[in-house]
Design a binder for this molecule. Structure first.
Ligand SMILES: Cc1cc2nc3c(=O)[nH]c(=O)nc-3n(C[C@H](O)[C@H](O)[C@H](O)COP(=O)(O)OP(=O)(O)OC[C@H]3O[C@@H](n4cnc5c(N)ncnc54)[C@H](O)[C@@H]3O)c2cc1C
Length: 300
């Protein structure tokens, strides 16, 4: 494998069985699988100056590993996925925890036994918790929609509190939507965890963080004799697409193409832009060992 910036002089797309556009998860996994299972020669084109897509991480000036496009937390229920990725990295035993700052009190999310006591006080919180255990059993995740379906005033009280304090304003803030624009099926999915486990993914058997970071994981995944990676190359500058053919660099391309970029861009926004939404990350280095008790605090 080689990772180069730009295309070499006389780049010959015809020398590759497949061109993959994008070196994020989708592109890197396709490239690796096609190279190692059916011996395809693969060219990966990436318009950014680095691989790993949105999962890219790097050290900042203070030497701290940062996730440039937003924090990425690894967890999966799928053993096959985990075995595949584990070929390219070791994992730390990081277990993701999230606290919501609700009127100045930090409460575990998803809402659990401890959160109920913090929100409703020890006695009432315990009562509500026991009602949840009686109704649904222990160590289960229950969407608030299920709480409402029971027509029980105690369970409705829990559902309303979680909806109002954990979901509503936070979601409006993040997605720029008013409650009536948010589909009720989405609202109803907000879970309560009936138990004491305060991890964000209490039931996921595989979780952690890649020991040397995500970018290193991608480097290893793309490290194959049949894969070449070209960064700083926007495929749109190279491709001409019509009804029946794709030309690459002016010549009809006979191989296959996997495109993992935004769909609307691929068609020059002919039908308008899709309503994607993203986040702007702001980085600040503080002179202290640890700023907050867990990796993520939601200011709901
Ligand atoms: C803020 C944030 C937090 C997230 N947190 C998590 C998390 O905790 N856990 C989790 O599992 N997932 C998380 N995700 C989702 C995760 O980032 C995506 O699921 C994953 O990156 C998708 O991989 P992908 O390959 O489809 O797309 P991307 O990672 O976006 O990769 C696509 C690549 O294609 C390139 N590209 C696009 N168009 C072109 C072109 N014309 N020519 C050349 N290259 C092109 C792009 O530059 C990009 O590098 C998060 C996403 C964001 C934005």
């Amino acid at each position: 494998m080689q990772i180069t910036s730009g295309l070499p002089e006389g780049f010959n797309a015809g020398a590759y069985d497949m061109i993959v556009v994008g070196a994020g998860y989708a592109g890197a996994v396709c490239a690796r699988r096609l190279a190692e299972t059916i011996g395809y020669r693969v060219a990966v084109l990436e318009r950014r100056s680095h691989i790993a897509g949105n999962a890219y991480d790097c050290a900042d000036e203070a030497g701290i590993l940062i996730h440039e496009y937003g924090p990425h937390i690894y967890h999966t229920f799928n053993e096959r996925v985990h075995n595949f990725l584990s070929r390219f990295t070791r994992w730390t035993d990081y277990q993701h925890k999230v606290l919501a700052n609700i009127n100045g009190t930090l409460m575990p999310v998803p809402f659990n036994h401890a959160s109920l006591k913090l929100a409703f006080g020890d006695e009432r919180g315990e009562e509500l918790y026991q009602k949840l255990v009686e109704t649904f059993g222990k160590d289960v995740k229950v969407p608030i929609m299920e709480l409402r379906k029971k027509n029980d005033p105690d369970l409705a009280e829990v559902a309303d509190y979680v909806y109002e304090n954990v979901f509503l304003h936070y979601t409006m803030k993040q997605w720029g939507q008013t409650p009536d624009q948010i589909d009720p099926s989405i609202t109803g999915r907000v879970p309560v965890f009936v138990g004491d486990d305060d991890r964000y993914f209490p039931q996921a058997p595989f979780q952690g963080m890649p020991q040397d970071g995500y970018t290193a994981l991608f480097e290893h995944m793309l490290d194959h004799d049949l894969i070449d990676v070209f960064c700083d190359v926007d495929a749109r500058d190279l491709f001409e697409i019509d009804e029946t053919t794709v030309k690459v660099d002016g010549k009809v391309y006979g191989g296959e193409i996997v495109y993992t970029g935004p769909l609307d861009e691929l068609f020059n926004l002919d039908l308008g832009a899709l309503p994607y939404r993203t986040l702007d990350m702001k980085f600040e280095t503080l002179d202290m060992d640890q700023f907050q008790p867990v990796g993520t605090v939601n200011y709901t």
